[in-house]
Design a protein around this ligand. Structure first.
Ligand code: NAP
Length: 344
């Protein structure tokens, strides 16, 4: 059967991609209800070659439109305030923001890793989508943990400006234009803590008391919740002047006594759902943002055993974070939810 589907944040970077992914994955849509703020209400979005008018987000819109599945991608404070009205109207909420992720009653799901957790949705009516950097990381950690057992993960990220939404992309483009017009010194700095053009910024989200940033601690806490494991994770999250797709450099330490076989690691990654291995350094083949952008795969490469410790492997991991890290993961959760709850 088909469902009445709302997308809150329909005009944003993630919301727009939710429509594209639903088209591509044949999401069973009966009625489509795009929702945004009063600023965009009345504008239109396209879905399956038809135009749909954007409605304003209100407390009653979910009930009026008989919404059954609601994708929320308009920011944490919007989910905090409005998700409950969608749930009260009888919808399941699939939330892309960080607001509910660490709520013990709310399942936090990457369908390739912990699909069964979706079953916990009934408690609150909400399923949370993890942070974009966490999603692509746990997709590669899961087969490696199954293979050898992980003890510790050290990760550094190279995160695209679109992780900060449309305004992040606009800011990088504008600053590059200002650079070529010799007025970079007057450029506007709004979306990020510093100029992002021709720079890298080792800060994403706010500072925490322990010296890490909030983005870094999301990668620690969400990984443990999704994988139901308490192995150690340390992250350094860095914004780079790339428009789209996050990259990650990972060092994975396995349990004591493990002797890493790079071919076994490669096979385990290759055989995991929605992962692709590109790993041929002599021929200059490895994952890069220009390869992953606009795809639904997480790409892994540069796989190598540590020079000193036999239980350590290093690799590089890239994915389109607007898709794999947000829209595609959310739509895959929706499809799994339909499959599991098809009796309703
Ligand atoms: P964005 O491009 O800035 O889009 C924000 C969307 O929210 C727009 O559709 C905007 O509509 C809507 N909105 C803003 N204020 C609203 C309000 N008061 N009422 C109703 N709608 C409102 O941001 P984004 O990158 O898509 O991010 C959306 C959420 O997804 C955020 O929580 C973000 O952390 C999360 N996320 C983003 C990524 C990513 O890679 N970008 C990845 C994972 C998770 P108007 O047109 O009306 O302003």
């Amino acid at each position: 059967r088909k469902f009445n589907v709302a997308v809150v944040g329909a005009t944003g970077a993630v919301g727009e991609e939710v429509f594209r992914v639903m088209e591509e994955l044949n999401f069973p849509v009966n009625k489509l209800i795009p929702i945004a703020s009063a600023r965009s209400a009345g504008s239109t979005i396209e879905f399956l070659n038809k135009e749909f008018t954007v409605l304003e987000l209100t407390e009653t819109v979910f009930e009026e439109q008989e919404v059954e599945i609601a994708f929320f991608c308009a920011g944490g404070s919007i989910s905090e305030k409005f998700a409950k009205f969608a749930v009260e109207a009888g919808a399941v909420v699939i939330d892309n923001t960080s607001h509910f992720r660490m709520d013990p009653k709310v399942p936090l799901v990457v369908p390739e890793v912990n699909p069964d957790d979706i079953g916990l949705w009934r408690e609150t009516g909400i399923i949370a989508n993890p942070n974009c950097s966490t999603i692509q990381m746990v997709q590669s950690l899961k087969p490696l943990d199954d293979l050898y057992g992980i003890k510790r993960v050290d990760v550094s990220t190279y995160q695209a400006v679109s992780g900060a939404g449309k305004s992040g992309m606009e800011e990088l483009v504008k600053q590059m234009q200002d650079f070529f017009a010799f007025r970079l010194d007057e450029t506007e700095i709004k979306a990020f803590a510093h100029q992002i053009a021709l720079n890298v910024i080792p800060q994403i989200d706010v500072a925490m008391e322990n010296g890490f940033t909030k983005e870094e601690m999301k990668m620690v806490n969400e990984t443990q919740k999704i994988m139901h494991k308490n192995f150690e994770v340390a992250a350094t999250c860095v914004r780079v002047p790339v428009l789209r797709s996050h990259s990650e450099s990972l060092t994975v330490t396995f349990k004591d006594g493990v002797d890493v076989d790079v071919n076994e690691v490669r096979n385990a990654l290759e055989n995991f759902e929605n992962l692709k291995v590109i790993d041929d350094l002599p021929n200059k083949k490895y994952p890069m943002p220009i390869i992953s952008t606009d795809t639904d795969f997480t790409y892994v490469g540069r796989i190598r055993k540590d020079v000193y410790a036999s239980n350590i492997v290093h690799y590089f991991n890239v994915a389109d974070q607007v898709r794999v890290g947000a829209a595609t993961n959310a739509v895959r959760i929706g499809l799994k939810w339909i499959e599991m709850e098809s009796d309703i």
